[in-house]
Design a protein around this ligand. Structure first.
Ligand SMILES: [Zn+2]
Ligand SMILES: [Zn+2]
Length: 441
């Protein structure tokens, strides 16, 4: 089985270090509902995990919740509620959304706010080893001390464009990133050897993967937007703490969602929430739409493709239903060549598009077999088994909520129009009012 490794830039034969396969996938920052970009990434890693298990591996999967962050603090302040409540609400919403998408739950979901002692411990180790330094109550990683910064994103350190800020001049190097952030008055804070503050984002993932999965993990996953700086910094931290390389043996990154043309594309993407999508598409159709193109290429969002995916799923559902005469014929339909095509495709860097093509061929064979009174019982079992490997439920579970939806849709359309004419304040007001309604509900 070959997996494309971002670190080497090549497909490599996958062999786990030991049993179980250890896998870490970066989780969400919980300040808002999950959108289609999240669905895309977590469906992919769900499929990878299911396929590894299908191959006979045990998988230990850790996925974090970033439950303290500037975005959470800002949104909580806007709404006048504690950060903790906002994060708690969106953790619950995350599980609702992902369960509805039939994404299996991870083995463990560590939360940043519950791992502060471990985070402080490893920051102290980094300071002791000379990799980090304190500055005005914050702690920074000394990037130039680490040999190989840029190896994941394939950049040279002197070609990187650091952010410019007043602080940049005080740091050893403008590239140095925060491990610990001194808190401003009124912000949630934890006691530390450097004063009150909170963990930086990157150190959280290093601490959690170290604590729950060990010093070297088999697979680390996330979207391509996380390669730099987040994953680059994770490598830098983890390998400096343990002295062991590589921190993660395989780095898997999914391509990002694209919207054709529209200037508002980015905000549009954030508006297509998982909940909105599940209002008029089944979980299976959303999954098929996402698995229909290669995971490393960008996925072009289109409502037509989603509708086509629903039609495609209808055909799979139909063929997978037990037929009265499935077991009657003496001529047994053999789909083993198609099953092989399926596994060969998945073994080749999770080529789900080709694996789906094999499933659709199987659907066609089963339909033809039924017309010809062949015995299709075993073929049908194979179809169901392989559909489950890709995480399809084979149910048409559209959560249409006709009473509320048209009004919310209307508000979202108005909001998007307002943004189009740069009426940001009004647009944000609509968004926040909607958010408040859901909190009250
Ligand atoms: Zn992470
Ligand atoms: Zn739709």
């Amino acid at each position: 089985m070959k997996i494309f490794n971002t670190l080497s830039g090549q497909k490599e034969e996958f062999q786990p270090l030991s049993d179980p396969v250890t896998m870490y996938v970066c989780g969400v920052t919980v300040y808002d509902d999950c959108h289609i970009g999240h669905a895309m990434s977590y469906i992919l890693f769900d499929v990878i995990r299911r396929y590894l298990e299908f191959k006979g591996y045990n998988v230990k999967l850790a996925q974090n919740f970033t439950d303290i962050d500037d975005k959470i603090i800002n949104r909580a302040n806007q709404l006048g509620i504690p950060s903790k409540d906002l994060a708690g609400k969106y953790i619950a919403e995350y599980f609702k959304d992902m369960d509805a998408l039939n994404i299996r739950r991870a083995t463990i979901y560590p939360r940043a706010t519950e791992e502060v002692p471990k985070i402080i411990e490893i920051i102290e180790t980094l300071i002791k080893k000379g990799f980090a330094y304190e500055l005005d109550g914050s702690v920074y990683f000394r990037v130039k001390k680490f040999e190989g910064y840029g190896k994941l994103s394939h950049q040279k350190i002197d070609e990187m464009q650091p952010e410019t800020s007043a602080l940049a001049d005080k740091k050893d190097s403008a590239l140095d990133f925060a491990l610990w952030k001194a808190s401003k008055p009124g912000e949630p804070a934890w006691k530390s050897p450097w004063g009150e503050g909170r963990p930086g984002w990157h150190i959280e993932c290093s601490a959690m993967s170290l604590k729950y999965l060990g010093e070297t993990i088999d697979i680390h996953g996330g979207g391509q937007d996380l390669v730099f700086p987040h994953h680059e910094n994770e490598i830098t931290q983890s390998e400096s703490i343990t002295g062991k390389k590589p921190f993660a043996r395989f780095w898997i990154h999914n391509g990002l969602l694209q919207f054709s043309g529209s200037k508002m594309s980015k905000s549009l993407g954030n508006l297509i929430t998982v909940k909105n999508m599940l209002n008029d598409h089944s979980a299976d159709a959303i999954r098929l739409f996402i698995l229909s193109s290669h995971y490393r290429t960008p996925l072009l969002y289109s409502e037509e493709s989603l509708l086509a995916a629903e039609t495609g799923m209808d055909r799979v559902r139909q063929a997978s239903k037990p037929g009265e005469k499935d077991n009657n014929g003496s001529d047994i339909l053999d789909v083993s060549a198609l099953e092989q095509k399926f596994t060969a495709s998945m073994d080749d860097d999770f080529n789900t598009a080709q694996a789906m093509a094999a499933l659709f061929d199987m659907v066609r064979e089963i339909n033809r077999g039924r017309e010809q009174n062949k015995n299709v019982a075993a073929a049908r079992d194979t179809l169901v088994k392989l559909a489950n490997v890709l995480g399809f439920t084979l149910k048409k579970d559209i959560h249409a909520d006709v009473t509320a939806d048209p009004l919310i849709e209307l508000l979202l359309t108005i909001r998007s129009d307002l943004r189009g004419i740069k009426q940001w304040q009004l647009a944000d007001k609509i968004r926040d009012e909607l958010l408040k309604q859901r909190i009250v509900l």
